[in-house]
Write a protein that binds this ligand. Structure first.
Ligand code: NAD
Ligand code: LMR
Length: 340
């Protein structure tokens, strides 16, 4: 990453959209990369989205952020990713009426393949990529497959939103502040099959499972709450937000993206526990190598590392396996479409 005098180049795709708008002002104010790190923004849109991105660029100028070294708006992926240090791939094709799953994967392959190739052609050596646009894990796999010169571990997908959602639900159930909780894990896919796991979580250093049992009337009641309320609530929270607000999450998704990059670049704080990141599996925890799956992850010296040696119960194993099977199915589908 550049030193504090050289601007870091951040490329944001889908910059004219909802999450893009929520992200831009936080990036430009230093909340993602640090209060002393200048940033150059490259906003990539499709032609229909250019006006919205240009409007956001005008507003960025009006906000007079001292850290903002420049803003370029373009619909040319090669120009957008030239010299990029941090790539936020937010723009994606939403599922339309009558679209089958294979249609969605194919439409997004048409976006993430060329963007991966543009990253391969022009990115800085230290490039870090986070895919937010859905289906995020498989879109990241496609982008990575088109960037053979970029180490695969630089391609990640966002499950920090799911991680934060799990913290929020757990804090509410325990009537405790979020800040005392640590070591929650999201495993698998950013989809309803994901497994939010609290079996290693602690509150102020105390394991949460006995605390839940105490509050909910015993260990059986706590297990029931986890299986029937907590896990589905977190896993289907995206759908709940769509139902309640009429469109998918924006502020929380942007906030999680900021958290993801901040922790990757700056490190997870020692003592603050791990986070969740979808990254290429190295075979840990029985997840087939290469699948972009969410794991418990620490960031040390700018590198993401899967936390090793955690005990995995039978209950957890079945749920991890189910989500990983879905990821393998998506990989096989995009491979069959010639996108890998
Ligand atoms: P949005 O429709 O408001 O904005 C998307 C923008 O992307 C649009 O402006 C569109 O023009 C642009 N776009 C489309 N194709 C593009 C391309 N090839 N290059 C550049 N830009 C392109 O949507 P949003 O609310 O900002 O959500 C964006 C994506 O993030 C969606 O796929 C959504 O499902 C996903 N999402 C993911 C998470 C997560 O946790 N991983 C959470 C929330 C939303
Ligand atoms: C979310 O988790 O809020 C989104 O991924 C939901 C969606 O389908 O956009």
């Amino acid at each position: 990453m550049a030193n504090s005098q050289t601007p870091v180049t951040v490329t944001l795709t889908g910059a004219g959209g909802q999450i893009g708008y929520a992200l831009l002002f936080r990036i430009a104010s230093g909340q993602m990369l640090g209060a002393d790190v200048p940033v150059r923004l490259r906003l990539l849109e499709i032609p229909q989205g250019l006006k919205a991105a240009e409007g956001a660029a005008l507003e960025l100028q009006d906000a007079a952020f001292p850290l903002l070294a420049g803003v370029d708006v373009t619909d040319d992926a090669t120009a957008a990713f030239d010299g990029v240090n941090v790539a936020l791939l937010v723009g994606a094709r939403p599922r339309g009426p009558g679209m089958e799953r294979a249609d969605l994967l194919a439409a997004n392959g048409g976006i993430f393949g060329p963007q991966g190739a543009a990253i391969n052609a022009g990115a800085a050596d230290d490039v870090r990529v986070v895919v937010v646009g859905n289906p995020a894990n498989t879109n990241a796999l496609i982008a990575s497959a088109h960037a053979p010169d970029v180490p695969a571990e630089r391609f990640t997908a966002l499950t920090r939103l799911d991680h934060n959602r799990a913290l929020g639900q757990l804090a509410a159930a325990l009537d405790a502040p979020v800040g005392g909780l640590r070591d929650v894990t999201i495993w698998g896919n950013h989809s309803a099959s994901q497994y939010p796991d609290v079996s290693h979580a602690t509150l102020d250093g105390a394991p949460v499972l006995p605390l839940l049992a105490e509050r909910l009337g015993g260990a059986d009641a706590a297990e029931r709450w986890l299986a029937e309320e907590f896990i589905p609530r977190v896993a289907k929270r995206g759908a709940e937000i769509i139902e309640v607000r009429g469109s998918s999450s924006v502020g929380s998704a942007a906030s999680a993206t900021i958290d993801h990059v901040r922790d990757w670049v700056g490190g997870t704080s020692p003592g603050a526990g791990w986070t969740s990141v979808a990254l290429p599996s190295d075979g840990s925890y029985g997840v087939p190598e290469g699948l972009i799956s969410s794991f418990p992850v620490e960031s040390v010296d700018g590198q993401l590392r899967i936390v090793q040696g955690l005990a995995v119960s039978k209950f957890s194993r079945a749920r991890i396996d189910a989500s990983v099977a879905e990821l393998a199915g998506e990989r096989d589908a995009v491979r069959a479409l010639g996108l890998l």
